[in-house]
Design a protein around this ligand. Structure first.
Ligand code: ARG
Length: 269
């Protein structure tokens, strides 16, 4: 009897240990990265200044704040970086099925996503706004002015949620890629676009016919964070260390400035 009790107790302790090790998360991602010698980054490169395509020496290249950060994390870990470009709404599924090791895509760590993946600290703060055609700036000044209008947002984003919850009387048009939504706005297929301010600013700078409206919307996560598969706190800790360094030494500010300066090609003026 005594022996059996001991055995059960012992088994329970082993189980508890296994659970706690899993919870501390010496996860599989770090091992995968060490073995392959590379980090596979999932991103959606339709999002200047965060990540976007540009021609460098005649070659289509993905650049931006998030790419510079990913390069630094890879350097800190002593591994290569491989970029997988896909639709924003597929990123977390790709992470959870091990198609990518990390997601950096100007992603806000909201409650819903936190249930599916783990997030680093916030590395860049940004607010959301509503972009309109310059000619409509005086007509569309409040949420009420959007009543019955077509409002665009990127599929699976917090902007889509904002449009649904805060601009209820509008007709929501969700598309997978930001440049397509911007074309719809320019071509009068939609009347407004809910968009992250740094992204809107790039388009406004490059397109005289686009303007940021006075409308304010709320978003409470306040910025972008890096996502990893749950149970990888060892990897997450290293990511946060790299972010700490990049935030402290001014690198992130430099990446933002560089990405904004390079972003002059979109939809030609
Ligand atoms: N910040 C928004 C979100 O987290 C949109 C991000 C879109 N990112 C992109 N690379 N297209 O939902």
């Amino acid at each position: 009897m005594k022996g059996t009790m001991k055995k059960i107790l012992c088994m329970a302790m082993v189980a508890a240990l296994a659970i706690s090790v899993a919870a501390c998360g010496n996860g599989a991602t770090m091992k995968k990265i060490e073995k392959s010698g590379k980090i596979v980054l999932g991103t959606s490169a339709d999002y200047a200044p965060y990540e976007y395509h540009t021609m460098i020496n005649g070659k289509d290249t993905i650049v931006g704040i998030d790419i510079s950060i990913a390069e630094e994390i890879s350097k800190d870990l002593g591994v290569q970086l491989e970029i997988v470009d896909m639709g924003f709404d597929g990123l977390l599924a790709a992470l959870n099925t091990d198609k990518v090791d990390i997601v950096i895509a100007g992603m806000n760590p909201d409650e819903e996503r936190r249930k599916a993946v783990d997030f680093s600290k916030i590395y860049y703060e940004a607010k959301q706004g509503v972009m309109v055609r310059t000619e409509d700036k005086d007509k569309i000044k409040s949420i009420a002015d959007l009543s019955g209008k077509k409002v665009g947002a990127q599929l699976g984003t917090v902007q889509e949620k904002i449009a649904k919850e805060q601009i209820k009387d509008a007709d929501l048009i969700s598309l997978g890629k930001i440049p397509d939504l911007v074309m719809e706005l320019k071509n009068k297929k939609i009347d407004a676009l809910v968009v992250e301010l740094p992204v809107a600013n790039g388009y406004v700078k490059n397109n005289n016919d686009l303007t940021l409206s006075e409308i304010t919307v709320k978003e409470d996560t306040g910025g972008s964070a890096i996502a990893v598969k749950k149970g990888n706190s060892d990897f997450l800790k290293l990511i946060d260390q790299s972010l700490d360094r990049l935030m402290k030494d001014g690198s992130i500010d430099k990446f933002v400035q560089e990405a904004n300066e390079m972003n002059v090609t979109s939809e030609g003026k």
